[in-house]
Design a protein around this ligand. Structure first.
Ligand code: SAM
Length: 456
């Protein structure tokens, strides 16, 4: 990057910083058993695979469906971060052309720069232009054509901060005030032709997960119906197709088009899972563990959580995570100086110990350890590594509360700590980290040794 471009980027980063808005995520409504809700929802895209193939077997078909572990991903080399540009501005690498590679990704508002850093790290490239305005809920970046060879790293591998990520059209669709459908349909035809894609299975019209974005929800529903209808009439919609078309409305006046591979992307609109709060769970954080199990374990839920298994919950009070485990039939040792609430207080499946979660050791190995203690991320990562390397637990789900800055780097640092503590066992382990919808300033991780699926 030239000196002048660097200065310009620095100035724009400062401007972007001034505009930072962190908005609260909406609360999912309704009351019913979370487990039933989990069973009903479809699987979402899971997160960073650090040690081996990230997705555990997600089918109960009686064949060996576990694929050979992937070679370990080499540590990510951080690309010097370009300052996120607050507008779609071509930087030093020249104007944007049709051959350039654009990606569009959705995230929690406030985490845009972290997501852009993650995308750049995986593509090992600096974008020609990017948009990662804090508070906007999305990131767009355009890279030179060479990025194509690593594009699968962001489209097909789990990401930490992206709720949904897609190959995007490099040009914006400007919507008319009277007819918004025709420009989108024309752009979609052009986009599909450009990528030689004959048809799409479905169209989703989406918007940022922000207060402003939500004002577009009614418009998005109306547009989705009409765009689908018109593309269908043109023979471009086929339910069997492998891809999904996303129309992302960033304001009433413009839209961006993207394509996802249905098999390798979140199957929830906006990448947001809809889970219902169980009426009798003691805390809302029960939804976090429900989502983590759904994302990381998926269809293997019943195989990895069997009645009579044993679990330890470190930092258990008031008991939302313990509740999830007990409702899957597990015996839980709940470690916390605080009180458990509700039905857990007198539940014969729960043993509550008022001890320090960092000092507690189980008498014999358990199937699961879960940890929601609020502590420095590296201390939690060391504890996770210790429990797994000592064989005290076979599977661990944990939370890492992130710092305010360099959050992707912190996630990578914690992954490396766990990796190092596992030593030789790392080759057989699966490690995934993801900022779940129910996470705020944190990410959730799974690390463990999932068993191979049973043979027929
Ligand atoms: C975020 S809350 C856990 C919420 C819980 N997962 C739920 O679903 O209800 C964090 C808990 O960790 C506990 N905690 C923090 N440090 C701890 C430690 N060293 N040992 C045991 N518990 C600890 C706190 O008392 C607090 O109850």
């Amino acid at each position: 990057m030239s000196k002048q471009a660097k200065q310009q980027a620095k100035q724009q980063a400062q401007d972007a910083k001034k505009k930072t808005v962190v908005r609260k995520a909406p609360k999912p409504g309704g009351r019913a058993k979370a487990r039933a809700a989990v069973a009903k929802t479809k699987n979402g895209k899971s997160a960073t695979a650090k040690l081996a193939r990230p997705r555990v077997a997600k089918t109960k078909i009686a064949v060996d469906v576990v694929k050979a572990p992937r070679p370990r991903r080499p540590p990510i080399k951080m690309v010097p971060a370009v300052a996120p540009l607050p507008t779609m501005v071509a930087a030093s690498a020249g104007p944007i052309t049709a051959a350039d590679i654009s990606v569009l990704a959705y995230c929690r508002a406030g985490f845009e720069p972290d997501l852009l850093t993650e995308i750049m790290a995986h593509l090992a490239a600096t974008p020609k232009a990017s948009w990662a305005l804090p508070g906007s809920g999305f990131v767009r970046a355009t890279f030179a054509p060479a990025a194509l060879k690593r594009l699968h790293m962001v489209l097909h591998e789990p990401m930490v901060f992206a709720r949904q990520i897609m190959r995007a059209q490099s040009t914006v669709v400007v919507l008319g005030s009277v007819d918004r459908v025709t420009p989108i349909v024309n752009a979609a035809k052009e986009f599909l032709t450009q990528l030689s894609i004959p048809n799409i299975a479905v169209v989703w019209v989406e918007y940022p997960d922000t207060n402003d974005g939500k004002s577009l929800s009614k418009l998005s529903m109306a547009l989705q119906m009409r765009i689908t209808q018109q593309l269908d009439e043109l023979g471009l919609v086929n339910a069997q197709a492998k891809r999904r078309l996303h129309v992302f409305l960033t304001s009433k006046g413009e839209a961006w088009l993207g394509l996802t591979d249905i098999e390798h992307s979140s199957s929830w609109p906006l990448g947001i899972p809809r889970l219902r709060m169980p009426a009798d769970a003691p805390s809302r954080s029960t939804l976090k563990l429900a989502e983590a199990i759904h994302i990381f374990i998926g269809d293997d839920d019943e195989r990895l959580f069997q009645p009579d298994m044993r679990a330890v919950d470190l930092g258990a009070a008031p008991g939302g995570w313990t509740w999830q485990l007990v409702h899957r039939g597990l015996y839980v040792t709940a470690i916390d100086n605080g009180n458990l609430r509700g039905e857990l207080v007198d539940n014969a499946m729960v043993r509550h110990l008022r001890e320090d979660g960092f000092k507690y050791r189980p008498n014999k190995p358990v199937d699961w350890m879960v940890c929601d203690m609020v502590e420095s991320p590296s201390r939690i990562a060391k504890l996770v590594g210790l429990w797994l390397s000592e064989g005290w637990a076979r599977h661990v789900i944990f939370n890492l509360k992130l710092p305010m800055k360099k959050r992707f780097e912190e996630v990578e640092r914690c992954s490396a700590i766990i990796d190092e503590m596992l030593g030789d066992k790392a080759e057989r382990a699966v490690l995934q980290l993801k900022q779940l919808y129910h996470d705020r300033e944190e990410v959730t991780g799974y690390c463990g040794f999932p068993p191979r699926a049973r043979q027929a």
